[in-house]
Write a protein that binds this ligand. Sequence first.
Ligand SMILES: C[S@@+](CC[C@H](N)C(=O)[O-])C[C@H]1O[C@@H](n2cnc3c(N)ncnc32)[C@H](O)[C@@H]1O
Length: 213
Amino acid sequence: MIVEERMVSFIRSLEQENTPILEEIESEALKDKVPIIRKEMQSFLKVLLLIKKPARILEVGTAVGFSAILMSEYMPKGCIIDTIEKYEKRIPIARENFRRAGKEDCISLLKGDALEIMRSLSGPYDFIFMDAAKAQYISYFPEAVRLLGKGGVLLSDNVLQDGDIIESRFAVERRNRTIHSRMREYLYTLKHDERLETSIVPIGDGAALSIKK
Ligand SMILES: C[S@@+](CC[C@H](N)C(=O)[O-])C[C@H]1O[C@@H](n2cnc3c(N)ncnc32)[C@H](O)[C@@H]1O
């Protein structure tokens, strides 16, 4: 946890419930140990979507569709979401959740490897939510920038690696070292690419919020 636990509990105590379908899908996902966005990221995403009012959203990492359905409730009418997932087991669950939520018309599930699918897509997207394999963010980066329109927003979740990101490579567990170095490279790239303006926000497990200039 990158923010003091008491602070997180306090902030969470102020949160309002989501719609009944989101509450159901969230508790099913937590029961089945499916990783989904935390409460703090849910609020952050809602506010960003209400500010940005995107017409097209791309999500990298659907899992069982929780965040896609949440985004669909806060995007403008007529907006569409393309969301990418490669894990066979999760795809039918996500599809069923989109049906349960009545969102089949506005959410398209793109099945396969994120990088391959991103390469096949055409922009512009107004909002990209990056929430897949953390070690791959740096590989998705050129495609994400290509797919974003001018003024488009890229929100990358879980960028502070539960606090490990500030540790030296050797203080990080061996199995997390690849993610550690690739995430550092990703954050450096986001902050130094002249096409973007980026703010790294210590919320949830860390978010990077970028806009294409
Ligand atoms: C953190 S979960 C997404 C959670 C979801 N955004 C939510 O909050 O409801 C990340 C998902 O990305 C998927 N994923 C990881 N690597 C991927 C890849 N290369 N291509 C497509 N999906 C991938 C995983 O299978 C996993 O379901």
